[in-house]
Every structure is written in structure tokens, then in C-alpha cells.
Design a protein around this ligand. Structure first.
Ligand SMILES: NC(=O)c1ccc[n+]([C@@H]2O[C@H](COP(=O)([O-])OP(=O)(O)OC[C@H]3O[C@@H](n4cnc5c(N)ncnc54)[C@H](O)[C@@H]3O)[C@@H](O)[C@H]2O)c1
Length: 302
């Protein structure tokens, strides 16, 4: 099988690339290296340094003829989407439509799309399932949902198959701390450098942290399953930022308490995604506990 990963040099995309290469699949990566790094890529991939918004993308798709596309490339900063919604729409909506047009032109069988818990906005109940109202509170969340709708439309209009995966907060090796799920990466980087991290607000806000290896596994499971489905990818377990710090400080052997900072505007208090549908439709389950994922991360950073 030949797969193309947009954003394949990034955090999550490169783990998808690793898993595909391990399975013996041919992998093509398109990435403009905005936040991704060549060093993240396994050796046996074909790499194009290209922007997903550019017309040249279609030529790459037609030359490479991938069967499956994992669309991971995005402007990943929520605050940046608020500060510059036009930039966010250019990459996260128009770029995605450019990917869909290239997929359509080159006969791609299926697109698997990296969406986000950000589409739900402030939770009305927990854990959030896929039937929860959609009420994004940021341009980033709105863009992700817009692309979900385009995927449904392209299936109706052109028969393009798809699965939407709405990720919770993803963590693991190669995360740079600038994206959505950055808190684990920021804590890990600071603790590894002997610096004390800052907890913003009360620290009692909760998150559902899913290990990147489990996210890559869900992507691979979607190649042959869950057509036309929208699925939460999460552990369905919440932990507060304070408790996360205690856990990580203990693992890193740090005894100092975290620093305190002001609450961040627009920070959602509690987030936990129901993953029952993904477990059912993908015959998948998260395998990594937070403890084992954090330990893996600590070893990688040593
Ligand atoms: N990390 C999380 O917790 C999380 C949560 C929900 C959703 N997501 C989504 O998962 C996907 C992957 O995120 P990540 O955390 O791996 O971030 P990342 O920044 O590591 O990866 C994004 C990749 O896309 C590339 N890219 C950005 N703009 C591009 C463009 N215009 N053309 C080509 N390549 C471009 C970057 O260089 C990078 O390699 C994104 O779509 C993100 O929105 C991530």
C-alpha cells in the first residue's frame, strides 16, 4: 500500500510514518517544515518540501498515486488562529480543500483527517461523545469542523471515502510544546533542563492525554475501517494539570513545586472525550497508560 502523509515531518505525522514503514507500506510525506523536522522522518520515505496550499500539490499526488492520505498538516496553534484567523483559514481550510482536490484528481481511495476536540467548545457534559453539540470557540476549532463538513460533501459529490479522527490532547516523543497538547511537552522539556514549569490558573483544569503511539495506531486502523465516521481518539481518562505536574516531577526526580501563573483566557476547564465509538468502529483501544507514556517520553529526553 502507498500512503501520503501531509505534515508527516511533524509530531503525530512522523509517528504515523514510522508505523506505516514498519508495516512495509510505501510512504510519501508532504511538509513545508513550518514546525516539522526532517530528523523526525524514518529513512525510507519519499519527501516533498511543499506547502499544502500550493497548486503544485496536485502534481505530487498525481505522480505518486497514493491510495490513502493522512491529512495532518495544519497551523496548529490555537492562540495564533485567534490572532490571525485569515492565516488559519488559508492553511487549515483552503489548504485542506487543496488536499481534497488533489486527492480527487489523483484517485485517492481514502482520506483520514486529523480533527480536534476543539470542535466541541465548552463541554455541556462529560465525557464528550461525538453527538455532543459542535460549538467551536476559536477559529482553529471552526476550521477543523469546516473541513469535516467538506469531507462529508466530497463523499456525497465524488465518492471520496474518509474518516475523521478528533484527537484529545496528544503527547509523546518529538512534540515540541508549541501545539495544542503542549503542556506535557513543556513540562518534560523544562524538567529535563532542570527548570521548574509554570502552571497557569488553579491547575485544577483537567485534560485527557492520549499517547502518540495510540493515535498513530488509530490512524492505521482507519485505513480499512470506519468509512464516513467521526471518531474521538482519547483515553477517556482525565487528569488535572496539578496532578500531571506531581506525576511528572516524581518521574523526573524533581521535588520543587511548579511555578504559578495567571489563568489563560479562553482555557476550557474540563475536557475528556468518550472513546467508545472509536473502540467499536476501529477495533482499537489505547494501550499506553499515562504512566508508561510519560516514562517513555522521559527516556527519550535523557
Ligand atoms: N497535538 C495535539 O494534541 C493535537 C490535538 C488535536 C489535533 N491535532 C492535529 O493533529 C495534526 C498534527 O499535529 P501535531 O501536533 O503533530 O503538530 P506538528 O506541528 O508537529 O505537525 C504539523 C505538521 O504540519 C506541517 N505544516 C504546517 N503547515 C503546513 C503547510 N502549509 N504545508 C505543509 N505542511 C505544513 C508542519 O511543518 C508540521 O510538520 C494537526 O492537524 C493538528 O491540528 C493535534
Amino acid at each position: 500500500m502507498k500512503a501520503l502523509i501531509t505534515g508527516g515531518a511533524g509530531f503525530i505525522g512522523s509517528h504515523i510514518a514510522d508505523s506505516l514503514v514498519k508495516n512495509g507500506d510505501a510512504v510519501v510525506v508532504v511538509d513545508n517544515l513550518q514546525t516539522g523536522k526532517l530528523a523526525n522522518l524514518p529513512s525510507r520515505v519519499t519527501f516533498y518540501r511543499e506547502d499544502i496550499t500550493q497548486p503544485l500539490l496536485r502534481g505530487i499526488f498525481c505522480r505518486e498515486q497514493p491510495e490513502v492520505v493522512f491529512h495532518q498538516a495544519a497551523q496548529v496553534s490555537v492562540p495564533k488562529s485567534v490572532a490571525d484567523p485569515k492565516l488559519d483559514v488559508r492553511i487549515n481550510v483552503l489548504g485542506a480543500i487543496n488536499v481534497l482536490e488533489a486527492a480527487k484528481a489523483s484517485g485517492v481511495r481514502k482520506v483520514i483527517f486529523a480533527s480536534s476536540a476543539a470542535v466541541y467548545g465548552e463541554p455541556q457534559y462529560l465525557p464528550i461523545d461525538e453527538a455532543h453539540p459542535i460549538a467551536p470557540q476559536t477559529p482553529y476549532g471552526l476550521a477543523k469542523h469546516t473541513v469535516e463538513r467538506y469531507l462529508a460533501l466530497y463523499r456525497e459529490l465524488y465518492g471520496l471515502r474518509y474518516t475523521v479522527l478528533r484527537y484529545a490532547n496528544v503527547y509523546g516523543p518529538r512534540q515540541d510544546g508549541g501545539g495544542e497538547g503542549g503542556v506535557v511537552a513543556i513540562f518534560a522539556q523544562r524538567l529535563s533542563a532542570g527548570l521548574v514549569p509554570t502552571v497557569f490558573g488553579s491547575g485544577e483544569q483537567t485534560r485527557d492525554f492520549v499517547f502518540v503511539g495510540d493515535v498513530a495506531a488509530a490512524n492505521l486502523a482507519a485505513i480499512a475501517q470506519a468509512d464516513g465516521q467521526v471518531l474521538n481518539i482519547s483515553t477517556q481518562k482525565a487528569i488535572s494539570v496539578n496532578a500531571l505536574y506531581v506525576k511528572m516531577a516524581a518521574l523526573w526526580g524533581v521535588t520543587l513545586p511548579a511555578g504559578k501563573g495567571p489563568a489563560r483566557e479562553g482555557d476550557i476547564q474540563h475536557s475528556i472525550l468518550n472513546n467508545a465509538k472509536a473502540c467499536r468502529k476501529l477495533s482499537w483501544a489505547p494501550r499506553w497508560s499515562l504512566d508508561s507514556g510519560l516514562e517513555m517520553l522521559r527516556q527519550e529526553l535523557r
